[in-house]
Design a protein around this ligand. Structure first.
Ligand SMILES: Nc1nc2c(c(=O)[nH]1)N[C@H]1C(S)=C(S)[C@@H](COP(=O)(O)OP(=O)(O)OC[C@H]3O[C@@H](n4cnc5c(=O)[nH]c(N)nc54)[C@H](O)[C@@H]3O)O[C@H]1N2
Ligand SMILES: Nc1nc2c(c(=O)[nH]1)N[C@H]1C(S)=C(S)[C@@H](COP(=O)(O)OP(=O)(O)OC[C@H]3O[C@@H](n4cnc5c(=O)[nH]c(N)nc54)[C@H](O)[C@@H]3O)O[C@H]1N2
Ligand SMILES: [Mo]
Length: 767
């Protein structure tokens, strides 16, 4: 394997490759971002007064952006422009409605043939709906009818462990808390959630290494870091406000380094749309100064190589009577496992590391050199690290690298997982987990006088398996588009139709809602942007961002329909219907969220004085022991954890590794549009990105139609091959389309995350 080497921002020549594909050469942000927002506002809002809502986003008395979990800069109250935040908001605030008349016109069998884009583009759901098998239409029902029907189905299922309570990460802390309470009062710990598809390796791996399952940095650390490593994430698309932090760091002289099989052009240059000088002069700030194009799935090998270099550098320095490059004081005082790590690194050959990572020893030296130049370093990472068969190992290795130089628990340093959905971290904090601790369950039981089930429940993979194998009878989705976001749609779509109950609490129509079970309901809910008024009082909800800041969010827009209910109300109303004799104050909690927060404060010590503390703009920070160098691990130290990278990759050696990514115009399964500006794609999504040499070796040309065939024989047909600066041996395509290629057996056995970024596939000319 020839190594691609660090790419020094070479601007590729601009020639259109084929229709709808022409390399992008501009910066991230800039006029392109403004134009895109102008378009989406024009298309979606038709100059509606609701556009002014943009300026309430991420303001102390406004709503939290539903786009991503990147924190708000504490000191500014000025509007921070974000293209994809604006898209998320306008998509929710659209004047279009999928009202009962819409469903009367379109039977489900017809809607099924619509694209994911078209389904959501029908507009906001405006009334509760029940599917009628005789007519094949969804029909409007009253809330009472819907909730009574759902309660009846839930009662008819004899074993509560046959119902899956799914949560997608936009759900607020308050809604998540009452939702887990409802499910546990019903009798199950089945909590599949989008975290299982996203940062489960973080929740599993970080506690083993440093004793907490969350990132250790705050935004202030970005002002003090000398080096910021962006490993396996694409901030220009998925966390655009992060680019401001990266740019400020870069202007201050910090090094920004990317590790990614794909060149993500948005990570290379950035023009902040709020900077008038850069906008007018068409200037941009270079971001990633070096780019290491690792093979997909090759990060453990790469990081091991870098650590091997560090050990050698350290030894050489010590022999020469100079200070070493490792932080030996930190290692001695704060860690265990160093000797095992050292032995592991000494035993492994450069050959094997180069082969597995796709990068050369020289690249590893280069990276190590940059790392040792930095007194303080932050490692940021995303789905490129987690969504692998070895996702948890990947996470632990990033921590090993930080620990070697004492880069956890000091200013300007630490580990920074970039969370996905805007409250995915908070939902987990609130108890959305299939493996609750005994201590937590006892707190819940004491606070509410219930007897929570102790048996562990299903996560995303095991719940879908239970559905496919007929061991589950019911599914309730608090947001999201579960079946489409998950692997194995060929089997899961059929299996959903055998269920007794499918309930979707959502804002817009999607494919999982069309999987009509014996009883199927769509319950339309308020979005984050919309006013939620109870007894004349605007209800605030709270969210926890990627850096553990908890703050309030108050929707201000007029709701899309008078029939919508908040997520909290839907849960508490269902609880009242399901448990008519319950002594719990469901009604009180549903009409005054302060009461929910009081209970949250009772259950979680870190949320003491919750209602008072969210009054302050910006909210409060949840304590993080590792950031204080207190290690809640069995050894009470941070742990170097070693791993073997030799095993089960035999399959990958004979196949391309498919990495499934998001386009710039999508939010997970929500497809806003068909452009992927920074990757040069316009008007289409049927693309597979591939290295020029790989394509040539296949005897194919740029733009040729190909099929992808997974190692187990699943097929995604008719993509156009697009030559792209991507590591050799790695290819990339968009999800959710590519999810047909995964089986439910393709996952990380430590965390259960599907290996969405390392699917072994072969390529053949389209048939
Ligand atoms: N606009 C927008 N914002 C979003 C989302 C969205 O869909 N749209 N989704 C939200 C959610 S839920 C999430 S989880 C986050 C996701 O945000 P990201 O973590 O940025 O997710 P991806 O788009 O999947 O990008 C993963 C990146 O990892 C790279 N990669 C793939 N395999 C490897 C590998 O083996 N090693 C390395 N080093 N890199 C690799 C890919 O090339 C890609 O650049 O974004 C959130 N924000
Ligand atoms: N191949 C592949 N598959 C992947 C991934 C990948 O990188 N590659 N990424 C995975 C990741 S990281 C994630 S997080 C999952 C995403 O999985 P999900 O979270 O299940 O999916 P989303 O597409 O975010 O959900 C979109 C739906 O949420 C509903 N919705 C929007 N806003 C709200 C709201 O405020 N409240 C409620 N109740 N509903 C709302 C809308 O109806 C919309 O149709 O996909 C995963 N699937
Ligand atoms: Mo995610």
């Amino acid at each position: 394997m020839e190594n691609s080497g660090p790419n020094q921002n070479n601007t590729p020549p601009v020639e259109p490759h084929f229709k709808g594909y022409k390399p992008y050469t501009g910066p991230a942000g800039g006029w392109g971002a403004l134009a895109a927002v102008a378009h989406s506002i024009r298309d979606e809002m038709a100059l509606s007064p609701r556009t002014t809502a943009l300026f309430q986003m991420n303001q102390p008395d406004g709503f939290d952006c539903p786009g991503c979990a990147w924190p708000d800069p504490r000191h500014t109250s000025s509007f921070e422009f974000c293209e994809n935040g604006a898209k998320a908001m306008t998509w929710e605030a659209t004047p279009k409605r999928a009202a009962p008349e819409f469903f009367a016109q379109h039977p489900v069998s017809e809607l099924w043939s619509w694209s994911d884009h078209a389904l959501e583009d029908a507009g906001r759901l405006s009334q509760p709906l029940r599917y009628n098998h005789d007519t094949d239409h969804f029909e409007a029902v009253s809330w009472d009818e819907a909730l009574t029907g759902i309660a009846q189905s839930l009662r008819s299922i004899s074993d509560p462990n046959q119902v899956e309570f799914y949560t997608s990460g936009r759900t607020s802390n308050e809604a998540a808390f009452v939702y887990q309470l409802l499910a546990r009062a019903y009798g199950t710990n089945n909590f599949p959630d989008c975290s299982n598809m996203c940062h489960e390796p973080t929740s599993v791996g970080l506690p083993q290494s440093i004793g907490v399952g969350k990132g250790t940095v705050t935004l202030d650390d970005f002002d003090q870091a000398d080096a910021i490593f962006c490993i396996g994430h694409n901030p220009a698309t998925n966390h655009p406000r992060m680019l401001t932090a990266l740019r400020n760091a870069e202007l201050r002289g910090a090094k920004i380094i990317a590790v990614n099989p794909l060149i993500e052009h948005g990570l290379q240059r950035f023009t902040p749309p709020q900077d008038p000088v850069e906008m007018i002069t068409l200037e941009s700030t270079p971001l990633a100064s070096q780019y290491f194009q690792v093979k997909s799935g090759g990060d453990v090998a790469f990081v091991k190589g870098v650590m091997k270099v560090l050990l050698q550098m350290h030894q050489q320095a010590i022999t020469a009577g100079q200070p070493g490059v490792l932080d030996t004081d930190f290692i001695n005082e704060h860690t265990v496992g160093f000797d095992q790590l050292k032995a592991d690194l000494e035993a492994i050959s450069w050959d094997s590391l180069e082969k597995k990572s796709g990068l050369s020893q020289n690249d590893m030296q280069n990276f190590a050199h940059i790392y040792t130049q930095a007194n303080n370093a932050i490692i940021c990472y995303g789905m490129g690290i987690t969504q692998h068969r070895h996702g948890t190992e990947n996470v632990r290795h990033l921590v090993n690298l930080l620990l070697l130089r004492g880069n956890i628990g000091k200013p300007g340093a630490g580990i920074c997982p970039l969370r996905g959905h805007s409250n995915v971290q908070g939902d987990r904090t609130m108890g959305i987990t299939e493996i609750p601790t005994e201590a937590f369950l006892q707190k819940i039981d004491t606070a509410f006088g219930i007897q929570s089930p102790r048996q562990h429940g299903h996560n995303a993979i095991t719940s879908l398996k239970a559905i496919i194998e007929g061991r589950s009878q019911g599914f309730i989705g608090m947001g999201g588009n579960f079946a489409t976001a998950m692997p194995d749609q060929d089997r899961s779509y059929q299996a959903f139709k055998q269920l007794e109950l499918n309930v979707q609490i959502i804002t817009k129509l999607n494919r999982t809602a069309l999987l009509t079970a014996k009883n199927t309901y769509i319950l339309p809910t308020l979005g984050r942007t919309e006013a939620d008024i109870k007894n004349g009082v605007h209800q605030a909800i709270t969210v926890e961002d990627s850096m553990s800041m908890v703050h309030a969010s108050t929707g201000r827009l007029k709701p899309a329909s008078e029939h919508l209910r908040s997520e909290v109300s839907i849960v508490t109303d269902l609880a009242r219907t399901l448990f008519p004799d319950s002594p719990l104050d469901w009604e009180g909690m549903g009409s005054n969220y302060d009461l929910i927060r009081d209970k949250i404060a009772e259950v979680f010590a870190d949320f003491h004085d919750f209602n008072q503390r969210i009054q302050q703009p910006g909210g409060f920070h949840l304590p993080n022991a590792a950031a204080q160098r207190q290690w809640n691990t069995p050894s009470a130290k941070a742990q170097f954890v070693i791993s073997s990278i030799e095993e089960d990759d035999a399959i990958e050696n004979n196949y391309f590794v498919l990495n499934t990514v998001r386009s710039h115009d999508q939010y997970n399964t929500t497809v806003y549009g068909y452009n992927d500006r920074y990757r040069g794609v316009k008007g289409r999504r049927d693309i597979v990105f591939i290295h020029a040499d790989d394509l040539e070796q296949l005897g194919l040309q740029d733009g040729d139609k190909v099929d992808l065939v997974s190692y187990h024989g699943r097929v995604l047909a008719g993509l156009s091959a697009a030559v792209y600066p991507i590591a050799k041996g790695t290819i990339a395509a968009y999800f959710p389309e590519a999810n047909v290629l995964l089986s439910l057996d393709d996952y990380d056995h430590e965390s259960g995350i599907p290996s969405y970024k390392s699917i072994p596939v072969s390529i053949r000319p389209a048939q």
